[in-house]
Write a protein that binds this ligand. Structure first.
Ligand SMILES: O=c1ccn([C@@H]2O[C@H](COP(=O)(O)O)[C@@H](O)[C@H]2O)c(=O)[nH]1
Length: 235
């Protein structure tokens, strides 16, 4: 399931579509986040799928189990590749989400749980959230919770992948955002890594946004990320 999803962090369909067209990104896997989904609604998923793009719906659901289960029932009908919930919602919430996917049209949809957002550093994790443990330990614990709930994998920083794979098995998918290439632009991310480090760590799926969308030559940047990570030709 090795793939590189491009984060379509654009305000609307017009700007997303214009970007994809201008830079000849046909059929590439794309990630739709809250910004785009809250503007365009489920129609954006149909539009992207109609153009041949595999879709990752990154809504990061986090609520009581019943609420997430009912929301996931609606998401299931969109039949996306991947959907996200927060592992901090607990294994019962994750199990309800999984059950809703399996019961609906989303039986092929991978349920992926967010561990600790890549925008946290150890310092902000400890000072703001007052956790006593390290990000690595907490990510591992949240991966355990996700696994127990029946998730297919987790979102984590590249630095946490090998420990999670060691504990949960190679089949448990590791999805890694915070990917950066030269010229380095960190933005609001804290736990960043290169595609080659992601490869070494054993990541299954990379998520790339600004390293491509803000690059001088976006297609070249996307291609470079694939090559560095996989050392093979673009999909
Ligand atoms: O821990 C997380 C979870 C999700 N994301 C999402 O990935 C992209 C990353 O964008 P960049 O521009 O490559 O930084 C973005 O859509 C986030 O919502 C994440 O960064 N970290």
């Amino acid at each position: 399931m090795k793939s590189v999803y491009l984060a379509l962090d654009f305000p609307d369909w017009e700007s997303s579509n214009a970007f994809l067209k201008e830079h000849a990104f046909s059929n590439i896997p794309v990630k739709v986040g809250m910004e785009l989904f809250y503007r365009e609604g489920p129609a954006i998923i149909e539009r992207l799928k109609a153009k041949g793009h595999p879709v990752f719906l990154d809504l990061k659901l986090h609520d009581i189990p019943r609420t997430v289960g009912r929301a996931m029932k609606n998401i299931a009908s969109l039949d996306v590749d991947i959907v996200t919930v927060h592992a901090q919602g607990g294994s019962e919430m994750i199990a309800e989400a999984k059950e809703a996917l399996l019961a609906g049209q989303g039986s092929e949809t991978k349920l992926i749980a967010i561990t600790i957002l890549t925008s946290f550093s150890e310092a902000t994790f400890h000072d703001q959230l007052r956790y006593q443990t390290s990000i690595k330990d907490m990510s591992s614990q949240l991966a355990h919770v996700a696994h127990q709930g029946g998730a297919d994998g987790i979102v984590c920083a590249v630095h946490e992948v090998s420990e999670i794979k060691k504990n949960r098995g190679q089949h448990f998918l590791a999805v890694t955002p915070g990917i950066r290439i030269q010229p380095l632009q960190i933005d609001d991310q804290k736990r960043i890594a290169t595609p080659s480090y992601a490869k070494e760590a054993g990541a299954d799926i990379l998520v790339v946004g600004r390293a491509v969308t803000k690059a001088a030559e976006p297609y070249k940047a996307y291609e470079q990320i694939w090559k560095e990570w996989d050392e093979c030709n673009i999909i």
